[in-house]
Design a protein around this ligand. Structure first.
Ligand SMILES: O=C(O)CCC(=O)C(=O)O
Ligand SMILES: [Fe+2]
Length: 387
């Protein structure tokens, strides 16, 4: 256990708050913080296989961030602030609608008469469950559309039943410009995702290749496996939690265990895919990231114009655990209604994800997984309510 456990972490300053008496004679531990990474060197398609000095610098920062935290801030990604603001404003406008309007695009179970696919659509507050507990948020999910969707709809001849994940996206009528703005946003954020996984490939190649390995990492491996990314975009609304704060604690377990199921905005989890690009409104103190020590929760407060980026379970599998997908959670006790729009930049549905040979050797461990397609992994998640 920590002898000093009452720290408040904020991202810009990371200042541990101690009372004056305790400050005296105390050697301050180094304060953890999430790194800030400029992705601009990787926004251009490489013309040859050598990296520029600025790419090498960014790649090293990515390797360090993914090894240490699995989380970082991403700047210089090319999406204007005005566009990010528009996406968040539209989310806020949608969630402010009467429930009956939001229910018009409800998510339904796959195979049922409503034509749901168990994945796309709106979930009201408390419908989403994480780790067996109801999450106090509402959300709409959109996925990459299938290329053959028009043919399938014709063949369906009005039966309106659907296999898991095989439906089409549900867009609200109001706000009327939401669909157009969000579809444009998807195109832009896909480019950011590509730049990030290109940088991650470079980071891995630079850190692993030539280090007692006869295998090398192809730095384009993630770009190739995500060129038809089966992405998910989730628009989330969080009402302020009404219940009182749990006993102040830096212990992950005691904090979680003392909460009833009504008290989590989004329960502790890792993301199940490749790379998450999180856009969130400025509400501080809501998103918390579990530090490597396994007990300290760090506030990942938004930095204006930056994405909070984290790696998911598929990246951990690819790297055979060299990079960890980190636990995080949302506890929104701040002011007002919080909105966030995470974009999950995922592998292609049929991409086979298994530990890269060079990473297996570097890790000195047996492969952590025998390999499966991303689609199989995702279907397992959908069928088990994303456990
Ligand atoms: O809203 C947030 O800040 C994070 C949401 C999240 O972790 C998720 O949807 O996976
Ligand atoms: Fe998450």
């Amino acid at each position: 256990m920590h002898s000093i456990h009452k720290y408040t972490f904020t991202l810009q300053h990371n200042t541990p708050i101690l009372n004056d008496k305790k400050k005296e004679g105390l050697r301050m531990p180094s304060t953890p913080s999430l790194p800030i990474i400029d992705i601009s060197p990787f926004r251009i398609t490489p013309t040859n296989s050598t990296f520029t000095p600025s790419q090498i610098q960014t790649a090293h920062q990515i390797n360090s961030a993914c090894t240490t935290h699995g989380f970082f801030y991403l700047t210089h990604h090319g999406i204007p602030d005005s566009k990010l603001a528009q996406v968040l404003t539209l989310a806020r406008e949608f969630f402010a609608l009467p429930l009956e309007d939001k229910l018009k695009i409800s998510r339904h179970d796959a195979g049922g008469p409503e034509g749901g696919d168990g994945a796309r659509g709106y979930q009201a507050i408390g419908e989403n469950v994480t780790g067996g507990r109801r999450d106090m948020h509402e959300a709409v999910d959109w996925y990459r559309e299938w290329d053959d969707v028009a043919t399938r709809e014709k063949e369906d001849k009005g039966k309106r039943t659907c296999e898991p994940l095989k439906g089409t996206n549900l867009w609200p009528e109001e706000p009327s410009d939401l669909k157009g703005v969000y579809e444009e946003y998807v195109e832009e954020v896909l480019k950011v995702g590509e730049a990030v996984v290109r940088a991650m490939g470079a980071a891995l190649a630079l850190s692993v290749n030539g280090k007692e390995n006869d295998e090398a990492v192809d730095s384009e491996v993630f770009v190739k496996s995500t060129d038809k990314s089966f992405w998910v975009m989730r628009m989330i609304g969080y009402p302020k939690l009404e219940t009182s704060s749990p006993a102040s604690s830096s212990s992950a377990n005691s904090a979680v265990d003392s909460l009833s199921d009504a008290e989590m905005s989004c329960g502790e989890h890792t993301d199940y895919g490749c790379v998450t690009l999180l856009l969130a409104d400025p509400t501080p103190g809501a998103l918390q990231v579990l530090h490597k020590d396994g007990t300290t929760w760090l506030n990942a407060d938004p930095i204006p114009g930056a994405f909070v980026v984290n790696i998911g379970d598929m990246m951990e599998r690819w790297t055979n655990g060299l990079w960890k997908s980190t636990k995080h959670r949302v506890i929104h006790r701040g002011d007002g209604f919080r909105v966030s729009v995470p974009f999950f930049y995922e592998p292609n549905f049929d991409a086979i994800i298994k530990p890269l040979e060079a990473c297996v050797k570097r890790s000195g461990k047996d492969p952590i997984h025998e390999g499966s397609t991303y689609g199989e992994h995702l279907l397992g998640k959908v069928l088990n309510n994303f456990y």
